[in-house]
Design a protein around this ligand. Structure first.
Ligand code: M6R
Length: 614
């Protein structure tokens, strides 16, 4: 939520910031803005809408500067508008600030400032914070850095902020708690790039520092100082980015979402590569190996996640219970963090997150960690906050996922879950070596099978065109395909704005069947598995009520097509592995439906890629 960029160095700052904002736009696109500092001249330009709207609005303006900050907003406090757009300036006009996060006690601070004669131009918590900093600075006659430190000790909530000051025209001061910040160190060390993630930085440098919570960064062209809130210096830990520029570009596809769907044969292959050796019968996962006693002897596994990652967690529940015989509970992170969950010694918490920055998941883990829980992170973004607070973990290696709808990250999560469960199960002796070997071979074949599915993508475009005007959809599945039905419904909702619900197919009789009319498309995820006959009976029930049936079936199934209005067939796979395949047609169905309805599928309304506020 919200993307932030900053630059200080010998280059023109504006082009660096503008390009960075375009790369970060997936984090929010309600408004965009920049603040550019040229000696003591502070120019602030901001506009409701996308970065392209800002770009158009500033044609002919003074953009000269070697230092600047930029922001792309996902609105929290105050509607999307020019006046609520960032950067915000202090009342005396000397400071400009951008912010990603939420200042929870802003109302109290605001009323204090109102009593002291301050007035506000926006409805944002950010404008309150910058004026609070200005107030502290002028009343204590202290440096901006000191004023910021004092202010941050008072605020509650989450933030990543970048601040610039007219009196210090080469310095950006940054601070983070809960919202991400990465600083790129320019090749000659004479310039620095600051951003919410590495995508705006990658083409300039691969040397980066991830700033931690409760740290302040004082950044000048040739100097990067990190301090904690107690004003003690912290040694910056420089890491190398393992990412190529091509990975964050569209590569000839119309949309990132389509590119990411079509990348899945190679992203799943990359996830398995170096880990799975089906011929040798081995899985190499150091995070699992180093903690195998803890994992195989776990009394219980608790999975904490949100959205699509939560759906991956539901698939994991079925897989871990089946293969490892360990009880599993799957929790919405937002619920888990606010109740008083019972986490016992011997429990393992698995966090699943594409971004590794989802606020609810992150805070849930911090709390569980404080209570002594062992945390295993399944994360896509290397170096992200969740990966750093986990005791151990496994990356999904899906590469940067830019489209707001999660696609390749989901299949990567399922591949990691499958390898992890197999490794624990064989160590524990809860599956036979023969079944283990069979599943290894099947997993190895997944990239090829995904490729085969993608070759028939146009069939789903035809189906999407046929049903694009429906007002509602029902998605039904059983067993391993039940979470896939949920994921299909979520994908369709966010990308096409069609109301969709996912249900266990049998549960449909307990309520949702009342919705079935000849106008309702019902998508059955009905691949060949141990529940197949049962789900075919559910199809009969829908057909008897004249619902429109779209089914995802297995090659060679001759029964389901007789009951379906439309169907899409995928290669045969063991039922534990089938979700990695059966979700692909649902991703494509959503994509083509969104496109048919003229929706910006990479940036659907109200959403943001990385939900860094609760
Ligand atoms: O980065 P995370 O996996 O933690 O994100 C969780 C959800 O916000 C995310 O999956 C969201 O539901 C996607 N928009 C789904 O496509």
């Amino acid at each position: 939520m919200c993307g932030i960029v900053g630059y200080t160095g010998p280059r023109e700052a504006f082009p660096v910031i503008l390009k960075g904002l375009k790369r970060l736009e997936y984090r929010g696109y309600d408004s965009a803005g920049v603040a550019l500092l040229n000696q003591d001249h502070l120019n602030v330009y901001k506009k409701k809408g996308k970065v392209a709207d800002l770009e158009e609005a500033i044609i002919g303006k003074d953009l000269q500067a070697n230092i600047g900050i930029g922001h792309t907003r996902w609105a929290t406090h105050g509607e999307p508008s020019d006046r609520n757009a960032h950067p915000h300036t202090s009342a005396n006009g000397s400071l400009a600030m951008i912010h990603n996060g939420i200042i929870e006690n802003y109302a109290q601070i605001k009323s204090e400032l109102l009593n002291k004669g301050y007035s506000f131009k926006s409805d944002t918590d950010t404008e309150v914070l910058i004026n609070f900093i200005e107030y502290i600075q002028s009343n204590n006659d202290c440096s901006l850095e000191e004023a910021l430190r004092i202010a941050l000790k008072r605020v509650t909530g989450a933030y990543c902020i970048l601040l610039i000051e007219k009196d210090n025209p080469d310095t950006i001061i940054a601070a983070r708690k809960g919202s991400p910040l990465v600083i790129g160190i320019g090749k000659g060390r004479d310039e620095h790039f600051l951003a919410s993630d590495a995508s705006p930085i990658i083409e300039y440098t691969k040397e980066v520092v991830y700033v931690n919570d409760y740290e302040l960064a004082i950044v000048k062209p040739g100097e990067l100082i990190l301090k904690n809130l107690g004003n003690e210096k912290v040694t910056p830990y420089v890491t190398k980015l393992d990412m190529e520029l091509a990975a964050i570009e569209k590569g000839g596809y119309d949309h990132f979402m389509l590119k990411e769907i079509f990348e899945q044969p190679s992203t799943i292959y990359d996830c398995l590569r170096g880990r799975l050796d089906a011929a040798a019968g081995t899985i190499t996962m150091s995070g699992v190996e180093q903690n195998i006693e803890q994992l195989k002897n776990a009394n219980r596994i608790m999975i904490v996640a949100c959205g699509t990652s939560w759906h991956a967690g539901l698939v994991a529940e079925y897989i871990f219970e089946e293969l490892c015989r360990i009880p599993v509970e799957v929790e919405y992170a937002s619920e888990f963090r606010y109740r008083n969950p019972i986490v016992n010694k011997g429990d393992v918490i698995i966090a699943i997150s594409q971004s590794g920055e989802t606020a609810d998941t992150l805070v849930a883990l911090e709390k569980a960690k404080e209570n002594g829980a062992f945390i295993f992170g399944i994360v896509n973004v290397v170096g992200s906050s969740i990966s750093r607070i986990s005791h151990a973990g496994a990356y999904t290696h899906a590469g940067p996922e830019i489209g707001v709808a999660s696609t390749k990250a989901f299949t990567g999560q399922l591949a990691v879950i499958m390898m992890m469960a197999l490794k624990i199960a064989i160590e524990k002796g809860s599956i036979t070596p023969e079944y283990y070997k069979k599943l290894l071979l099947e997993l190895q074949d997944v990239p090829e099978k995904v490729d085969a599915i993608l070759k028939n993508a146009e069939e789903l475009q035809v189906i999407a065109d046929k049903y694009k005007d429906a007002s509602d959809f029902l998605f039904l599945g059983r067993g391993y395909n039940f979470p896939v039905a949920l994921e299909g419904a979520l994908k369709l909702k966010e990308i096409s704005y069609i109301h969709a619900e996912g249900y266990p197919a049998a549960e449909m009789k307990h309520g949702p069947i009342a919705l079935v009319t000849s106008q309702l498309p019902v998508v059955f995820v009905a691949t060949k598995d141990s529940y197949h006959e049962k789900i075919v009976s559910n199809m009969q029930e829908i057909k008897a009520r004249r619902g429109k049936i779209i089914s995802i079936i297995t090659d060679g199934d001759t029964v389901s097509p007789t009951l379906s209005d439309d169907w899409f067939s995928i290669p045969m796979a063991d039922e534990l592995i089938a979700p990695i395949l059966s979700v692909i047609p649902l991703q494509l169905l959503s994509y083509y439906t969104g496109i048919a309805k003229g929706i910006d599928v990479d940036k659907p309304r109200n959403l943001a890629k990385s939900v860094t506020v609760e």
